[in-house]
Design a protein around this ligand. Structure first.
Ligand SMILES: Nc1ncnc2c1ncn2[C@@H]1O[C@H](COP(=O)(O)OP(=O)(O)O)[C@@H](O)[C@H]1O
Ligand SMILES: [Mg+2]
Length: 354
């Protein structure tokens, strides 16, 4: 469920429309002792990014591209002000800014080092509401399987979190985790969080995801022949039915993709970052991992069974959610690649069961 960028006015993953207001008004109100650009350089392997406060190499071109794809051209004004904001946050929270991390679709992400030597990650995003929402969920979980929130400045759109180490996302290592590790991650999220009614329901999340991913049809019109919009709608209807079940309701991560699961090392196991929290059926959070890089239907069913056994859930429900999202996953995969692939075919076979 990796969302495509919006074509024009985007809705955020938290379901609210992005309301861009420049930072200038905020910056002018906040007093600083040091001028922008006064931060020391990082030179110890976290990478030197040049003087903060300049528009130098610290803000990588990739981040500009990814955020422009997501938010549209209006994000340019945000990038213009970013160096000054980074300097302000570094001064306030006492960290040294390191290299940019070349990922992140709604934020510019940087390695940092705190004054006490702790390593941290800074996310700066024009979608401040989403960042605050993310911080609220991370703070709601009390488990080693999520990073600790160090500081949030919603006004400036900055979130500082504990750095996970080694921190390689599954999507980068391409390591398919053992069912036991996934079960430990899911159980810790679902048991330690509280499904506060202020979070959207999984039904709202489902509607948002299907609306957002459908924009891929506008950008890849040829894909309507491969993944028929009727098949996509069948998946949507099944997902809506599954969302209405009256079983236990847990706080869901909501975006548990292989890009948002990091390797926390042998002692810590898998660590989930970047939530889009919602509340509902625990099986929803399993979809992306169960479908990920599956080469045949048997693999999907066997993963669902093993995971269900490990978390004490119903394999049929996990498989049902996977079936509901199969057409969307096929659409996303096909839109990234060069024509039909064997994995798209597997997803289409599954989608046909919806
Ligand atoms: N706490 C963290 N520790 C280590 N790496 C992190 C951490 N948070 C984010 N990252 C890295 O930054 C990348 C982008 O972060 P993410 O939170 O997914 O950004 P976005 O919300 O923009 O998608 C991740 O894929 C990961 O490589
Ligand atoms: Mg992410």
């Amino acid at each position: 469920m990796t969302l495509p960028g919006p074509v024009e006015q985007p809705a955020t993953r938290s379901g609210r429309a992005l309301q861009w207001r420049g930072w200038a008004c905020v910056l002018s109100r906040l007093s600083r002792e040091e001028p922008a650009g006064s931060l020391p350089l990082a030179d110890d392997g976290w990478g030197s990014v040049g003087r903060v406060g300049s528009t130098g190499p610290g803000i990588d071109a990739g981040a500009r591209q990814r955020l422009t794809a997501r938010f549209g051209g209006q994000v340019e004004a945000w990038f213009d002000e970013l160096p000054e904001v980074l300097a302000l946050l570094a001064e306030r929270w006492q960290f040294e800014l390191g290299s940019p991390i070349p990922r992140g679709s709604v934020s510019a992400v940087f390695w940092c080092r705190m004054a006490d030597g702790r390593r941290a990650v800074l996310k700066a995003s024009p979608d401040r509401a989403r960042l605050a929402f993310e911080a609220a969920a991370l703070q709601a979980w009390h488990t080693a399987h999520t990073p600790v929130v160090i500081a949030l400045d919603e006004q400036l759109g900055g979130l500082l979190i504990e750095a996970i180490e080694p921190g390689t996302p599954l999507a980068v290592s391409l390591v398919c985790p053992a069912a036991g590790s996934v079960a430990e991650l899911l159980n810790s999220l679902h048991e330690s969080g509280v499904a506060d009614p202020s979070y959207p329901t999984v039904g709202q999340r489902v509607a948002y995801l299907f609306d957002s991913s459908a924009t891929l049809y506008q950008r890849h019109r040829e894909l309507t022949a491969l993944i028929s919009p009727e098949l996509y709608q069948r998946g949507r209807r099944l997902a809506a039915r599954l969302a209405r079940h009256d079983g236990p309701v847990v706080l869901l991560h909501g975006d548990l993709t292989p890009g948002n699961i990091l390797d926390g090392g042998a002692g810590r196991g898998l660590v989930a970052i970047d939530p889009a929290p919602c509340r509902g059926d625990a099986a929803f959070d399993a979809v992306d991992l169960v479908l990920w890089r599956a080469d045949d239907l048997a693999a999907i069913w066997s993963r669902a069974e093993r995971l269900a056994a490990a978390v004490g859930a119903d394999a049929g429900r996990i498989f049902g959610w996977c079936t509901a999202f199969a057409a969307m996953s096929a659409l996303e995969l096909a839109s990234q690649g060069n024509g039909p692939s064997a994995r798209v075919e597997v997803l289409l076979q599954l989608a046909a069961q919806a």
